[in-house]
Ligand binder design. Sequence first.
Ligand SMILES: C[S@@+](CC[C@H](N)C(=O)[O-])C[C@H]1O[C@@H](n2cnc3c(N)ncnc32)[C@H](O)[C@@H]1O
Length: 248
Amino acid sequence: MANLYDGKMAAIYDAMYQTFVNYDEEYIFYNNLIQENNSSTILEIGSGTGNLAKRFQENKQHYQGLDYSESMIEIAQQRNKNCSFIQGDMRDFKLNNPVDAILITGRSTSYLITNDDINKTFEALYRNLTNNGIIIFDFIDANRFIPFTKENPIITHEAEYENVNYIRESHWDTNNFLENFMLEWTAQYYTYINNEKEIIENDFSTVRVFTLNEIQLFLYLNNFEIIKTIDRKTYAYDTYVIVAKKKI
Ligand SMILES: C[S@@+](CC[C@H](N)C(=O)[O-])C[C@H]1O[C@@H](n2cnc3c(N)ncnc32)[C@H](O)[C@@H]1O
């Protein structure tokens, strides 16, 4: 697990991603998919600092969040006092009641680095869905992302939140010793105040990107039928969003 989501990094994440991601658009996008499938109970996995939760709650939907990181949940809970957040692992969790739709948002699938992680996650999703249930998740497209990291050794993202400017410099390394399409992601986080760049954190994590074909096969093997595949650009990466339903 990346330390990006722990301790003070959770607060930095929250500040920066408010600029990177338009959570109103994100909510509309996911909620349309949910409404198309008439799902009324929703679980969001990788609910992070609760920005989508806020929109679901404002619209009085039956929403719960689940995240691995206690620090992220703490911020999400402060933002959404009456919302339920579960600390848990998407690879192995059990809800009190199955739900109609499970979302895995914000490319949180990148942390499923082994095939076992992916199969366990799809099994857990299957177990926690109602019979007509659907899953909606995004993933970074390996075919476009890996060439992008080769052409751009340092990728800079800037954000401004509450009058503080932040800079993140990322470097992704493909390493032939790593299985699958895994990358080692190093990121330096800086604040930029009065023309002074000051390092606030170094982060390192191993992430995985996927080809569409392998995701199709993982879903087939775990008894899901794809009903929609959407090619979607996010703030920095080309992703696919998949909607799939449980096969009974
Ligand atoms: C890139 S953030 C996305 C957060 C949020 N969806 C957003 O868009 O702002 C990834 C989130 O996935 C969570 N996460 C990573 N691995 C997880 C796991 N195995 N189970 C549950 N959550 C996990 C992290 O703690 C983090 O909050």
